[in-house]
Design a protein around this ligand. Structure first.
Ligand SMILES: Cc1ncc(C[n+]2csc(CCOP(=O)(O)OP(=O)(O)O)c2C)c(N)n1
Ligand SMILES: CC(=O)[C@@H](O)[C@H](O)COP(=O)(O)O
Ligand SMILES: [Mg+2]
Length: 621
């Protein structure tokens, strides 16, 4: 039974709900979220935490005229429910279905596309400035989590927002968690505010103080602003933000509708940037998620009663192989240290963290810092392994180039989730790293054909004296071709099957696909060489010339966009060496952003599945 939720079908419908029904509506939304996500998978714990917060914003705002910018956006499900998308939830994160993140193309109530962390304040500030310059009348809210507040961009934006002379509301959703435990000085500071102050909503708190706020220049705000002495600093929470020139309201109980609505209404009236510090519980209302928020941050379909995943994991992922290999290597070499940007579990560093606590660094959602920090560690004589998802490494391009590669420092980049990642969609696909990395001098880039080779590459990497990147995909590792494990030789590919006519030159995950392609082509009577590229940069040019001159057709295969990818590097070698380019077929992803959906569907749609590749080769010969 969802009596109240049934009445929510369009944006702003929540305004027709009676205040005494709010708590029941919140309950119904939570029940709905648990039910749907248990079937589809998705981001659960963060969404359960922001139900009241979202309801309160929707009560105070007029969508789509007013704007909400969600940081990361993984917590925007209630917002989707309240803006007419409730009935699409069974298609969540499926191909052609509802996105797991805000999407302007999905609803006019989504004002900014997000997926990567710590962008919300910048984007909201931009929207607020645009409103100011265009003399429009709308309210802009940014909603940023305590984890996202560990990202550098958030501070750059706050620094800038302090100068704003019109309204911008920054809702700091503090649940004391990132995906794992939140880390760093700001997390400690927020913790102190939470524990040292009572919620302002109590009697002379929000209701008492903030009701005066609409009259600009009111007594309380003035007092807060003028209170710079140390005693008041102890008494008044959020002084750090106040000292920066921002107005701070909080902490507010993020599950108390009255407090939230009062605070948001007050914050809306101010002619400056206001931080409303809201304390919520990640996973609220579903016991399993409350007890273990990291497990329920992002989930596959699960059994509601036990909380157990319905997707049995009886295989090893590439991340598992990386994790095992790193722990083994760290035992042999004390110089090895590991760095994550807030993803210890996702990148497989939990085991390392447990075994080598002092050599493990979680720097928060701070990929740029992670890379330059690694450069410093390498300059100091250590062997840093930076484990970052391909998509999030995009953040750290200049740090890789300027801080690591110019100085040729021995930093190992373990690039997880390289290739199509599936249900997270365009913001998270790891399909650009070959393109953005391969133009950087000094950087060696490799990709393993299977889990075992990933281990060997990592060993190679930690013994290599210079920057090196190893890219590998999300999910189950390929365990075929394990009998082929010739020693890794710098810049050299590995010949698996040597025949003639067609040569398949495959990068990383595409070796597995190439095995199937070869089988099909052989059934059709062709003679097919299979080569594991191993090195994406540098590439031994003489080897390529030999392959080109001994085959009628050479086919490159990669799970990366075509532009700037491996195929184009090979094509460049062809032209440099005056080889016959009409015999070269470059199979790669189109230069497009790929939506969310099942990986196999996305591969087929983009013609990098075995069947499409066979057809493309047949039409070439
Ligand atoms: C640049 C970047 N790095 C890493 C991530 C992965 N990530 C997604 S959500 C998240 C934790 C966010 O914590 P918080 O902002 O506190 O939100 P909560 O999940 O607690 O609601 C992380 C690390 C990301 N989306 N973007
Ligand atoms: C929201 C976000 O960015 C992460 O939670 C991401 O969805 C994790 O992806 P994996 O499931 O591949 O670890
Ligand atoms: Mg959080």
């Amino acid at each position: 039974m969802s009596d109240i939720l049934d009445r929510i079908n369009e944006p702003n419908d929540i305004k027709n709900i009676e205040p005494e029904e709010y708590s029941l509506l919140a309950k119904e939304i939570r029940r709905f979220l648990v039910d749907r996500i248990s079937k589809t998978g998705g981001h659960l714990a963060s969404n359960l935490g922001v139900v009241e917060l979202t309801m309160a914003m929707h009560l105070c705002l007029d969508l789509p005229k007013d704007k909400i910018v969600w940081d990361v956006g993984h917590q925007s499900y209630t917002h989707k429910i309240l803006t007419g998308r409730k009935d699409m939830f069974m298609t969540l994160r499926k191909y052609g279905g509802l996105s797991g993140f805000p999407k302007c193309s999905e609803s006019c109530c989504d004002s900014f596309n997000t997926g990567h962390s710590s962008t919300s304040i910048s984007a909201a500030l931009g929207l607020a400035k645009a409103r100011e310059l265009k003399k429009e009348d709308s309210t802009v809210f940014a909603v940023i989590g305590d984890g996202a507040l560990s990202g550098g961009m958030a501070y750059e934006a706050l620094n800038n927002a302090a100068r704003l002379k019109s309204n911008l509301v920054i809702v700091l959703n503090d649940n004391n968690m990132s995906i794992s435990e939140n880390v760093g000085g700001m997390a400690t500071y927020l913790g102190k505010i939470r524990t040292n102050t009572k919620y302002l909503g109590l009697k002379d708190g929000v209701e008492g103080v903030l009701k005066k706020v609409p009259m600009v220049g009111d007594f309380m705000i003035d007092r807060i602003k003028k209170s710079k002495d140390s005693i008041k600093r102890l008494v008044i929470p959020g002084m750090l933000f106040e000292d920066m020139g921002l107005t701070y309201i909080g902490p507010i109980d993020g599950h108390n509708m009255e407090q939230l609505v009062t605070a948001f209404r007050a914050a809306k009236q101010m002619k400056e940037a206001v931080i409303v510090h809201v304390v919520t519980k990640k996973g609220k209302g579903y016991r399993q998620a409350e007890l273990n928020p990291p497990k329920f941050h992002g989930v596959d379909p699960f059994d509601i009663k036990s909380g157990k995943s319905k997707k049995e994991k009886n295989y090893q992922t590439y991340t598992d192989y990386f994790s095992e290999a790193l722990v083994e290597l760290a035992k042999e070499d004390e110089r090895i240290v590991a760095i994550t940007a807030a993803m210890p579990s996702g990148t497989g560093l939990t085991q390392f963290q447990e075994k080598y606590k002092s050599r493990f660094f979680d720097v928060g959602i701070a990929e740029e810092h992670a890379v330059t920090f690694a450069a410093g560690l390498a300059a100091g004589g250590l062997k840093p392994v930076v484990a970052i998802y391909s998509t999030f490494l995009q953040r750290a391009y200049d740090q890789i180039l300027h801080d690591v590669c110019i100085s040729n420092l021995p930093v190992i980049f373990a690039i997880d989730r390289a290739g199509i990642v599936g249900s997270d969609g365009d913001t998270h696909q790891g399909i650009f790293d070959i393109s953005f990395l391969s133009s950087i001098p000094n950087l060696t880039i490799m990709a393993p054909k299977n889990g075992q080779e990933l281990k060997e590459m990592l060993r190679y990497g930690v013994n290599y004296d210079g920057p090196i990147a190893i890219r590998y995909p999300r999910g189950e590792s390929y365990n075929g071709l394990e009998e082929f494990h010739s020693p890794i030789e710098y810049s050299k590919s590995e010949i698996i099957y040597q025949e003639k006519e067609i040569a398949l030159l495959a990068v990383g995950s595409m070796v597995q696909t190439a095995v199937d392609v070869r089988e099909e082509l052989k059934k059709l009577g062709h003679s097919v060489t299979l080569i594991n590229a191993r090195f994406i940069a540098p590439i031994d040019e003489d080897d390529i010339a030999t392959i080109a001159s001994t085959h009628n057709v050479v086919v490159t295969l990669e799970e990366n966009v075509l532009n700037g990818g491996y195929g184009q590097a090979i094509s460049h070698i062809y032209s440099k060496k005056h080889l016959n380019e009409s015999n070269l077929l470059t199979i790669a992803l189109p230069n497009e952003f790929l939506p969310h959906g099942d990986c196999d569907i996305l591969k087929a749609q983009n013609e990098i599945d075995a069947q499409s590749i066979v057809q493309r080769i047949q039409s070439q010969i």
